[in-house]
Ligand binder design. Structure first.
Ligand code: XMP
Length: 509
């Protein structure tokens, strides 16, 4: 395995994903990890990540310098390089100017990290401080026109440093450089695959759970579905899943989940039909944050009541993913402003006094999908578009009522039918309908109408952090509009949302 020390760079998770794409397992740990813990992990190599700090800042993060005495190869990236240079006796020149963007890298020594890399190649720079003098034993291996020490190495001790970011695609041969580090320098083997993960995870789950019972909140989305199937593989009937119908699901969603998990996968499933409770509490509430909070709280109450009906449960399983884990313990920020309070199955009540089991907590989303495939889940589950926990309640602007839900459900179903028929469902990050709290005038036959407006949202995205509105074909938009207006009673106008994120968000509330 490769140990990545997290100095706070926005690209850290990318480094981890790149390493895993080479089928090498890696773990991201904070800089305060003890030397004993590093030894216990027994990594083949250590990567010191980039970070926003200057090495001279008071709060500059540092890792135990003992890591340089373990005989393990080290790759420092950006701040990681500067930290290594400073710690080993070189100097870093502080600068108030930032070099940011593309640069041409001129490779001086085509060996080590640069084995097989072109003499001139594009790299991506993002740093303030630069390297002055290198520590004893180091030499410069690459430069750019403005950065003399763009890369350096001490081949004997197997210490390598890059001032640029090999993990971003803008560094054209970055993949090759990382592969050189992993395989030529650290002698890693390609052992990380979802097949090997399943075998190991099943063993770990069995060891952790023993004979006890586990419950898991199933949402129907990818993460909780994959977690359920993995747990079922490990402990079979000791697992009970709880699915809460909160009344703001899409058409047919509850039936789909029951059918798949109970009938098809034969997993213990409890189904709480709680739509009435949710809708009662949502009555007259138009504020988006209030809606989210009500749904979050009510979910916990319903889930808790359901869990109590199962005797002797000791564990609560959650489909927490690696990015959540990394961000939750990061010393460098995390989400600063609450844009929307997310309600997920995660964060269930501490008062339930259950022990947590999170079998996906070291996986990235793309790995969870591969794992789902490995476990035999259908594409329809594994590649499902995300659906927010508060469901259609945040897609009905204004009051949520049974009648408005029926209108939106029907419009949403038609939209998805057309998107699927056009072969676009899996190419879009999300596609859905929104019901606006406005009415407009229309004409149907010879009659004046005064009815609802439905908005269509379709976006492309890699990770939901940013998104672009999808350039759907005009004839598809025309079909969607015609069908919604003709087939959904109470709608006489359809509009298309042409805003990207940022500054808009994907969901309207
Ligand atoms: P926004 O609207 O913030 O959404 O651009 C980003 C992504 O998150 C989804 N979303 C949620 N997912 N619980 C979830 O599990 C929630 O409360 C929630 N709210 C938004 C949204 O659908 C999009 O994919």
């Amino acid at each position: 395995m490769i140990l990545i020390i997290d100095f706070g760079s926005q690209y850290n998770q990318l480094i981890a994903r790149r390493v895993r794409e080479h089928h090498v397992y890696c773990q991201i740990e904070p800089p305060d990890i003890s030397l004993a813990a590093v030894r216990a992990l027994a990594p083949e190599g250590i990567i010191l990540s980039g970070g926003p700090a200057s090495i001279y800042a008071k709060s500059a993060p540092r890792v135990d310098r003992g890591i340089f005495g373990l005989g393990i190869p080290v790759l420092g990236i950006c701040y990681g390089l500067q930290y290594m240079v400073e710690t080993l006796g070189g100097t870093v020149l502080s600068s108030t100017k930032r070099e940011y963007g593309f640069a041409e890298l001129i490779v001086k020594k085509s060996r080590g990290i640069f084995s097989g890399v072109s003499k001139k190649t594009q790299c991506w720079m993002s740093h303030g401080d630069t390297i002055g003098a290198l520590p004893d034993g180091f030499s410069v291996t690459a430069s750019t026109s403005s950065t003399q020490v763009a890369a350096a190495e001490d081949g004997k001790r197997r210490f390598y440093g890059l001032q640029f970011h090999p993990e971003v695609v803008h560094t054209h041969e970055g993949r090759r450089m990382l592969a050189n580090f992993l395989f030529d320098i650290c002698r890693c083997e390609k052992t990380w695959s979802m097949k090997s993960f399943v075998a190991q995870a099943v063993e770990e789950i069995r060891a952790q759970v023993g004979e006890e019972k586990v419950i898991l909140g199933l949402s129907g989305g990818v993460d909780s579905s994959v977690a359920a199937v993995l747990l079922h593989e490990a402990i079979g009937r000791q697992l009970t899943c709880v699915f809460v119908d909160n009344g703001v699901l899409r058409a047919g969603e509850a039936a789909r989940v029951i059918d798949m998990f109970k009938k098809h996968l034969r997993i213990n499933l409890r189904f709480a039909r709680a739509g009435g409770v949710f809708l009662k509490k949502l009555k007259g509430v138009a504020d988006p944050e209030k809606k989210r909070k009500i749904i979050g709280r009510t979910f916990i109450e319903v889930f808790d009541a359901e869990a109590r009906k199962i005797k002797g449960v000791k564990f609560l399983a959650q489909g927490t993913l690696y990015p959540d884990l990394i961000e939750s313990r990061s010393a460098f920020g995390g989400p600063s402003a609450v844009i929307k309070s997310h309600h997920n199955v995660g964060g269930l009540p501490k008062k339930m006094k259950l022990r947590l089991i999170e079998p996906l907590k070291h996986l990235f989303k793309d790995e969870v999908r591969l794992l789902g495939k490995e476990l035999g889940l259908a594409d329809d589950v594994v590649w499902r578009q995300p659906f927010p926990g508060p469901g259609l309640a945040v897609r009905i602007l204004g009051d949520v009522s049974a009648q408005r839900l029926a209108v939106l459900r029907k419009a949403d179903t038609l939209l998805l039918e057309e998107i699927r028929a056009a072969g676009l469902y899996y190419r879009l990050w999300q596609s859905f309908a929104i019901l606006l709290p406005l009415k407009s005038v229309g004409i149907m036959g010879d009659q004046r109408t005064y009815e609802n407006i439905v908005a269509i949202r379709a976006v492309t995205s890699d990770d939901a952090m940013t998104a672009d509105w999808a350039r759907l074909p005009q004839d598809l938009l025309a079909r969607i509009s015609t069908r919604i207006i003709n087939e959904v009673r109470g709608v006489n106008r359809v509009v298309y949302d042409i805003s990207s994120k940022p500054p808009s968000t994907i969901e309207w509330e």
